[in-house]
Design a protein around this ligand. Sequence first.
Ligand code: DLL
Length: 438
Amino acid sequence: MSKDPRILDPEMECMDPQERRILQGKRLRETVEHEYNNVPFYRERMDAAGVTPEDINSIDDIVKLPFMEKTDLRDTFPFGLFAVPNEEIVRIQGSSGTTGKPIVSGYTAGDVENWTRMVARAMASIGADKDDIIQICYGYGLFTGGLGAHQGATEIGAMVVPMSSGNTQRQMMMMEELGSTILCCTPSYATYLGESIVDAGKRDKIRLRAGLFGAEPWTEAMRQHIEELLGIDARDIYGLTEIAGPGVAFECQEKHGAHINEDHVIAEIIDPATGKQLPYGTPGELVFTTITKKGMPMLRYRTHDICTLHPEKCACGRTTVRMGRITGRTDDMIIVRGVNVFPSQIETVLVRTPGVAPHYQLIVDRVNNSDTLEVKVEMTEELFSQTDSLGEMQKLQKYIQSEIKSVVGILTKVTITAPKSLPRSEGKAKRVIDNRKL
Ligand code: DLL
């Protein structure tokens, strides 16, 4: 059932690495000029660092540029980082920021085209073409997963089934009836869907042969489990809203790292403490610079994802640098059912809720292959002495749950505990207990 993988753009994906570095340097300079001339926020930052576009003459000069952070997107929300007039922006996508506000990215028509091509390359690498039926169960909307996969699948001419996330029974029914051949979703949902298919005795009725899974960290053990459950070739796809969306990097058939689309981005690994570049193979924080994006270019954007980079030519023929799996984060962001969650978002809700104290703990677990998030929060002494009504407590729990849902976007279990019952720490509070074995 498996089809031959293809390289969609060999002239770019298999380019001589030295030539590519020259191309990257040229595109970097153009991007820096564009950013400097059109984004006052970043111009000020470059001025403060004493660097001008004329200082950027090759890819090695990238180290002269200041970093960008998620907080920069939040501080300039919504349009402060756009480098073109709003009428040239044809799309907004978004993800969660560090507070209640989302962060958004703006795309010109050309940016959408480039992003589409990046995902199409990932599709081609699993041999996808017009004979495939691609079922997309990433969420559609501001999240880049649904529309990103959709665009890439359309580009290669496949029959696209835009299911969006959720409703497993319906996903299974469509998969069986339509004969979907490729699945796009988070690896945790692929596991859940796979187990539901096996439990329903429908394993023989489905025609899936491959899947592109990403948006959250996963392991080789999870890959094996998904491949066995569904009898498919399971590949990793990586990306982030600030840079494009899915398709920044994708795995080929060799499955030893994800090829970075280096004609559109420059990847660096830095020491998160000093900001200094680290050599290939050393784990550190992944930093991306976009070099073709016009709507909202990002220069040295700190992803806070930890991984390694590998430059050796791959047996598949691609010469692009590969990134190893994401092994952690340098900040406190957690990903629950594919949704990025910052403890500070939850804290914002708790501090404005009368009756609870800002002492809380977030407990993440995986039950039946689905992530769960429990928010434990202490009630105030005042509430403790005033109420012993169970009904009132439940009302408060429901209120907090719905407030968190509206800020973070996912349903949580809320447990209200007695005053001073949660552990205190002398140093950095340990707010998150992640019991998932990743
Ligand atoms: O998750 C884009 C995406 C959608 C990628 C669908 C792949 C598939 P954001 O919501 O902005 O964008 O979240 C970006 O998710 O910094 C990583 O921490 C994490 N992440 C994304 N893909 C992977 C992956 C999308 N394959 C953040 N492995 C990133 C590990 C991933 N972590």
